[in-house]
Design a protein around this ligand. Structure first.
Ligand code: AMP
Ligand code: MG
Length: 425
């Protein structure tokens, strides 16, 4: 029988995160592919996107009004001669040269004449035929965005590792990129375990439980930028569990759910140990989710030959607790950064916001708690309260929640009205 992990591998939340971040920093994505611009939404950029021209490409009027020389407004009101009109999209031959005392009507987005240094908003002007009276002064530069002030031609606008959101898509569109190189999504095996677990197309017996973990995990894997590979449910029996773990170790990451507690039939760690697993932690001082396991096995221990290139030396795994809320929370806290790294994303820190607690919380000390909670309130008055859950199996409470309240291990009671850290889902 292979060696079981040391019982001392129970770490604090912060230690666990640092371990994960350390390992994630050494992971590389598996390849690149070219996709159509809109297929790239939520994918991870694998190439830099450069400015193909100056941004803006010409000095751009920011307001409807009159382009003029600021110096002509030294005395107010001033009356200037209007020598024409410049529309957005006007060509250079339609842009007049202003002489002192002259102005030209101009529209938002139109090229400002090089002979003008400011635009006065139409609201401060009165037009009489070919003359305009101006009631308000301007500084040179007002309401004109100089060519190249947002970016110079050739400048890097987006870097590899960025997950493409709508603003990044706008940048790609403005540089004329109808296709983008993105990283291939990592494949993440999902393996639920438990003799009582039946799949959702089976009518459960009186004491059986439908498999929800494979589906919540698949959804979380997708949201994190991975591609879930659902394996059949493993019974609490070593031979079949071993076969399914071997299958799961053939892809980029293996997520197990259930079978990591102290029970007689919690076999996950024992079977992983047979694959020469190295365990980095086998428990974290948090609630929900304390029995969570993180480790890796050498490639070849369960995996088939991998793609050419520089094959990874290890396949990482997580043994997540089987209680559905614990499974979800531990995925977010620990598995997500590993998937993001395999997907090529630039690492990011976990950040907590603060909100006022709506109703008092009483709890026990010793563990850092991540309580499913509901963030509400209006405008800048964020309020938060626990989602009224009945323990780590309460998926319906979790479905009502939109964040977690984070409670430090040394707090027993938190009064209504206190500021509490909140982790967004
Ligand atoms: P375990 O971590 O295996 O001790 O499971 C803890 C609790 O979570 C038990 O009540 C299980 O029935 C439940 N559970 C385990 N796996 C799943 C699953 N895939 N779907 C729903 N509930 C599960
Ligand atoms: Mg179980």
């Amino acid at each position: 029988m292979a060696a079981l992990p040391e019982p001392s591998l129970i770490v604090s939340f912060e230690e666990a995160r640092h371990l994960i971040e350390h390992h994630a920093a050494h992971l590389r994505p598996r390849g690149k592919e070219l996709v159509e611009l809109l297929e790239g939404v939520r994918q991870v950029l694998a190439e830099p996107v450069l400015a193909d021209r100056h941004f803006p490409p010409f000095p751009r009027a920011m307001r409807d009004g009159y382009a003029l020389r600021a110096a002509d407004l030294s005395q107010l009101p001033a009356t200037l001669e209007v020598i024409g009109e410049i529309k957005a999209g006007a060509s250079n031959k339609d842009i007049p040269v202003l002489q002192p005392g002259q102005a030209v009507a101009i529209m938002t987005g139109a090229p400002a004449p090089p002979s003008a240094d400011a635009v006065v908003m139409v609201e401060y002007t009165t037009r009489h035929g070919d003359r305009v009276q101006i009631a308000k002064g301007v500084m040179a530069g007002d309401n004109i965005v100089p060519a190249g002030s947002e970016a110079k031609r050739g400048q890097r606008l987006l870097s590899p590792g960025l997950r493409l959101d709508y603003a990044a898509i706008a940048v790609a569109a403005s540089t004329g990129r109808s296709r983008l190189l993105v990283y291939r999504k990592p494949q993440v095996a999902v393996l639920a375990t438990g003799d009582e677990i039946v799949d959702i197309d089976v009518s459960p017996g009186a004491n059986q439980i439908r498999n929800s973990n494979s589906y919540s995990l698949a959804a979380q894997v997708q949201a994190a930028g991975g591609e879930p590979v659902l394996l059949p449910v493993a019974p609490d029996e070593p031979a079949r569990l071993r076969e399914l773990i071997a299958d799961g170790l053939e892809v980029d990451l293996l997520l197990l759910a259930g079978g990591v507690s102290m029970g007689k039939y919690d076999l996950v760690e024992k079977v992983l140990a047979e694959f020469q697993a190295e365990f980095f932690f086998t428990g974290v001082l948090i609630q929900p989710g304390k029995p969570v396991v993180f480790g890796r096995v050498p490639c070849g221990a369960g995996a088939l030959a991998r793609e050419p290139g520089s094959p990874p030396a290890h396949t990482y795994f997580f043994g997540l607790p089987g209680n559905p809320v614990s499974t979800m929370v531990t995925f977010e806290l620990f598995a997500r950064p590993v998937i993001e790294a395999l997907a090529g994303m630039t690492p990011r820190k976990l950040v907590f916001l603060n909100a006022r607690l709506k109703t008092e919380i009483k709890t026990k000390t010793g563990l850092k708690r991540f309580l499913p909670a509901i963030l509400s309130g209006e405008f800048e008055h964020a309020e938060v309260e626990v989602a009224g859950w009945h323990g780590s199996g309460d998926v319906a409470a979790m479905a009502r929640a939109n964040c977690y309240i984070v409670i430090p291990p040394d707090r027993e009671r938190i009064a209504a009205g206190e500021w509490v850290p909140v982790l967004m889902m």
